[in-house]
Design a binder for this molecule. Structure first.
Ligand code: NAD
Length: 472
């Protein structure tokens, strides 16, 4: 049991304004594994004031000094990696092997990239008779979701710290425990008081208070498109900078000359990663009409290897969904796919066998999905793959772009130049060519309603900077 009864701000742990707590449920057992305070607007006031007070000192430090503190945090993050992986698996349900690499490992990698970036990044440049300065934007509210909780928080915290900003973090109420471990790590690193602050709570209370707070200069939000719109509206009152990383409905296009076996294997692993609860998951597979049957056989074969099991087993490839509500939402989409006449190739609405407890669903694949079906248009956020067919390249690009979202995508072809030509036509922030792997230095973010920010690497750092010109 991990019960946290205090919030972290101004370099100390404080009793919350009210006594309400949020219980954290293990989605594999449905048992309670910990609790955190349900913060209030009054707690946000305290944390935002601490961040404001710390800002002049922190923003005046040299990049080298900031990198020094970040290195301390990095060391402790690595040391506590195994504990964090297990904790996040317990909160979220991601298989432990993947949690070790992604949920606990990736945040440390990201933090390290920012330490290195500080060695070379120039916070000023000369343009003609001007000296252009890049200054920290100020107090940043980081509001994050539950699916990659520490990674999403660290992307924001690392870039904001590197920029010289101070932070108030609000993790998701579903998976908040790992953020408290981060606060412990920050506390032991000796980071000056008020630079990093943590207020847990619900979106309607803590999230809204942060998004509308006059003492917050920027909100960096990762989460659903619906809440992103609300945050933008709340931020408009004080003309905050609002950076949004929102939902997706990404398509991967198998061109007619693709190595379909590899394409199928990689797409299924991508689509089912974290039980499909991944914003940039490739959830629509676009297949040339004349290769459809061949691809269906491969999909059946490879998708059947994903059998839901206890996520703490090291062999498990797919765990439960995060909550009962999320499971119901996903089942509703599976029902709608069946009702709309899509071909159910694998999975379905019945609970997986042998798992009486836990929010499990069967990994599900639909064939012959058409573009007007709900399962082709809406973000499901579960292990559900929609296969669609096309006749020519232009039609494939048209289907891929026929979405309110534009976060990610994929193109597969034996001819890399051809794949690049198609990738350039996709209206998305990222495209993986022939399974190109994740690059923690490449800008990550969405086109259209997938958001307006870019995270990671140099582009991520620039989000937290504002620009001043001095003329001589
Ligand atoms: P969510 O939008 O419900 O919640 C995200 C965060 O916002 C949580 O901390 C929540 O408490 C808070 N929140 C909720 N209502 C709020 C309000 N009115 N004001 C302020 N804050 C509020 O999203 P979720 O269910 O936690 O996460 C799933 C969604 O996140 C999916 O749509 C997914 O695609 C998206 N996502 C996007 C990315 C990306 O980088 N683009 C990454 C991961 C997840």
């Amino acid at each position: 049991m991990k019960n946290y009864s205090k919030l972290y701000y101004n370099g100390r742990w404080h009793a919350p304004d009210a006594g309400a707590v949020i219980e954290v449920v293990n989605p594999a057992t449905e048992g309670i594994v910990g609790s955190v305070p349900a913060g209030t607007a009054a707690d946000v006031d305290q944390a935002a004031a601490a961040a404001r007070t710390a800002l002049p000192g922190w923003s005046a430090t040299s990049p080298k000094v900031r990198a020094g503190y970040m290195t301390q945090i990095h060391e402790e993050l690595v040391a506590r990696g195994p504990e964090l992986a297990e904790l996040i698996t317990t909160e979220l349900g991601m298989p432990i092997k993947l949690s070790q690499r992604i949920q606990a490992g990736l945040p440390a990698v990201v933090l390290e990239t920012y330490v290195k970036l500080l060695e070379e990044f120039s916070f000023s440049e000369r343009i003609g008779n001007s000296l252009v300065l890049k200054e920290p934007i100020g107090v940043v509210a980081a509001i994050t979701p539950w699916n990659y909780p520490l990674h999403q928080l660290m992307i924001k915290v690392a870039a904001a710290l590197a920029a010289g900003c101070t932070i108030v973090a609000k993790p998701s109420e579903l998976t908040p425990l790992n953020a408290f471990v981060l606060a412990e790590i920050v506390d032991s690193s000796g980071l000056p008081p008020g630079v990093f602050n943590l207020v847990s709570g619900y979106g309607a209370d803590v999230g809204e208070a942060l998004a509308g707070h006059p003492g917050v200069d920027m909100v960096s939000f990762t989460g659903s498109t619906a809440v992103g719109k609300r945050i933008m509206a709340l931020g408009a009152e004080t003309v905050k900078r609002v950076a949004l990383e929102l939902g997706g409905k990404s398509a991967t296009i198998l061109l007619d000359d693709a190595d379909v076996e590899t394409a199928v294997k990689v797409t299924i692993s991508n689509c089912f990663l974290n039980s499909g609860q991944t914003c940039n998951a490739h959830t629509r597979m676009l297949v040339p009409q004349h290769r459809y049957e061949e691809v269906v056989d491969l999909v059946r074969l490879h998708a059947a290897a994903y059998i839901p099991e206890n996520p703490l087993n090291t062999q498990t490839r797919i765990g439960p969904l995060v909550s009962a509500a999320q499971r119901e939402r996903v089942l509703e989409y599976i029902r709608s796919g069946i009702a709309d006449g899509a071909e159910l190739l694998l999975g379905g609405v019945e609970a997986p066998e042998g798992l009486p407890l836990g929010y499990y669903v069967q990994p599900t694949v639909f064939g012959r999905v058409t573009k007007e079906m709900k399962i082709a248009r809406e973000e499901i956020f579960g292990p559900v793959l929609a296969m669609m067919t096309y006749d020519d390249e232009d039609e494939a690009v048209g289907i891929a772009n026929d979405s309110i979202y534009g976060l990610a995508g994929g193109v597969w072809s034996a001819d890399v130049d051809r794949a690049e030509r198609v990738a350039r036509k996709l209206q998305t922030g990222q495209v993986d060519i022939n399974g190109g792997r994740f690059n923690p230095l490449a800008p990550f973010g969405g086109y259209k309603q997938s958001g307006n920010g870019r995270e990671l690497g140099r582009y991520g750092l620039e989000e937290y900077l504002q620009t001043k010109s001095l003329q001589f």
